[in-house]
Ligand binder design. Sequence first.
Ligand SMILES: Cc1cc2nc3c(=O)[nH]c(=O)nc-3n(C[C@H](O)[C@H](O)[C@H](O)COP(=O)(O)OP(=O)(O)OC[C@H]3O[C@@H](n4cnc5c(N)ncnc54)[C@H](O)[C@@H]3O)c2cc1C
Ligand code: FES
Length: 263
Amino acid sequence: MGVSPGLRVHEARVRSCEPCARDTMRLVIESGELAASILPGQFMQIAVPGDGSHILRIPLSFSRANGDGSIELIFAVVGEGTERLACVEAGAMLSVVGPCGQGWELPDADGRCLLVAGGVGLPPIVAACEMLYAAGRGCDVVIGARTAELLVRDEVEALRSIAGVKIATDDGSEGHAGFVTDVMQSLIDEGPYAQAYSCGPTPMMAGVAKIAGEAGIACQVSLERLMGCGFGVCNCCNVELATGGYASCCTDGPVFDAREVAW
Ligand SMILES: Cc1cc2nc3c(=O)[nH]c(=O)nc-3n(C[C@H](O)[C@H](O)[C@H](O)COP(=O)(O)OP(=O)(O)OC[C@H]3O[C@@H](n4cnc5c(N)ncnc54)[C@H](O)[C@@H]3O)c2cc1C
Ligand code: FES
């Protein structure tokens, strides 16, 4: 599909970087041009501060791009890059490549939408929900986490103001004890949906795609792959397709029609 229009390097100022759940940070950056051009479901490649000799840019989705030029991101601290990023202070400048990839599409069919997020798959699902709300579409959102301490509370509350929200935790510490897919299945059994949207761990999205497929509901998924460049030149982010062959996660995705993916 090629790189997205407007893709370039931006110098973004850090407005804040603070914990928002266990091992999870909310980063707010300021870049008027990127905020005005990035679309829900697209992502950016952030250079981590410090020695860049052995560490690649980090691909991150965003939850909101605001009219004041700020962009809100949520990330889990999982390795050296995200550990270093978690230490940035207000006023620091970050080199950010974006907008990258293809984002969410509005549904073709009329009716309510069902959104399913697992772990730090939440940010692009927040962006999808706000996009659908702005388009006048009703939504139900299922948010899954391993345990309640990993839920990003203020995002859950923000979603409650524009959508129906259900929680599932693996350990039963909040909401349904079990998988998001259990909750998704019971919602589908209760009422019709026009489209499903999902982002989270690959096995979870495979389950979401299967349930949506069996129910005859179109489903978009936002996939994660290890990424080098983020704009189609290093060939390290292949997604195997159901029809054979491969697509690039960074330029053809990260959002794909779930039926296109070889799960
Ligand atoms: C399009 C896209 C959007 C993303 N959006 C978000 C987001 O909004 N919030 C968020 O918390 N994370 C997001 N990620 C994942 C994030 O990029 C990785 O967690 C991050 O790059 C890890 O860097 P690190 O140096 O801290 O960890 P590393 O030391 O590189 O790795 C630590 C662990 O994380 C795994 N990992 C590393 N990179 C990725 C990756 N690209 N995808 C999946 N697993 C990875 C490694 O296999 C390893 O198990 C996204 C990834 C992609 C491809
Ligand atoms: S990350 Fe380089 S081609 Fe996709």
